[in-house]
Write a protein that binds this ligand. Sequence first.
Ligand SMILES: Cc1ncc(COP(=O)(O)O)c(C=O)c1O
Length: 373
Amino acid sequence: MQIPQKFVAPPRLLMGPGPSDVAPSVLTAMAQPLVGHLDPVFVKMMEEIKAMLRTVFETKNDMTFPVSGTGSAGMEFCCVNLLEPGDEVIIGVNGVFGTRMCDVAERCGAKVTKVEAEWGRIIEPAKVKEALAKVAKPKLVAVVHAETSTGALTPVEEISKLAHDAGALFLIDTVTSLGGCPVKLDEWGVDAVYSGTQKCLSCPPGLSPVSLSPRAMEVATKQRTKKVQSWYLDVNLLSSYWGQERVYHHTAPISMNYALHEALRLALVEGLENRFRRHQENHLALKAGLKELGLSIASQEGHQLWQLNAVGVPAGLDEAALRKRLLTEHNIEVGAGLGPLKGKIIRIGLMGETSKRENVDRFLAAYREIAKG
Ligand SMILES: Cc1ncc(COP(=O)(O)O)c(C=O)c1O
């Protein structure tokens, strides 16, 4: 074969549903020389990552660490560890990622009851309550906190209480919410959570921060009747690698952990409250600018994500052509609609490093120019 030229990445502005832009210091952290994954300096760094993750997740859970894999690996981690064949599970489905969670839970042999909502709307606690009343012995209730496919933020506190009152564990997907809006595991009574690095933490994709409460750990370890069906994601094995024993399990992706360490540090230096305020302000600035252009956000009013804006495409505008021109002429990536929203919305991400006023203005100027024809 002819050996290709060295790959050179163009300077894109990542305003899609993820990955988001990455801070220069995160990129330079990744470019550092490797150390061994059991080297004492790496082990110390792993401890710092765990501690910083507890801070951003607002939890005291000991079992808090980044799974080696993307957000979907975190989803599988939670499901395979908490579910066994025949278990009854209730899952909120209001977009792509609730749908994916049902698939993953079914592959674990669980019996899934879906609580559905129109795409773009939140999962209503009353509908979860109805579902709980119909399920004999619910083991787990799960919802996607921030549905990236539709731009809706489901409030989870009330659903958590309903789950616990019914004797079930409560699981949330925070892939898009973590680092962009409040995520309070202990205050909300969340037993299991997974996230991703490439959204509001502004780190490249490749790790999935997870956390299990002591109750969830009990279910995943002492109460299991069979071994966890996935060797790679079994918390019984991973806990010895990420815990004090440091027993070799797999080789942690060293450079990715360097990156996450720096990304978490940046989030904490900024301060979580300041970071959330920045995401909110830039969302509101985009929303106001869109209004002037005759555009609006399609997800449920009062529950719109700050970090992911699902914008309705005006009739007659070819959204694929719009996205293509944004990318090729302006170096701006935005996302397409998925499933029933394909062709009807574009998804504009203002996540982490991307959430800047100048990026809002750059998008609006580019849109204006393209809309002129
Ligand atoms: C809400 C949500 N959950 C899960 C995932 C899956 O994460 P990944 O693509 O990193 O595997 C995504 C990815 O976009 C997501 O937005």
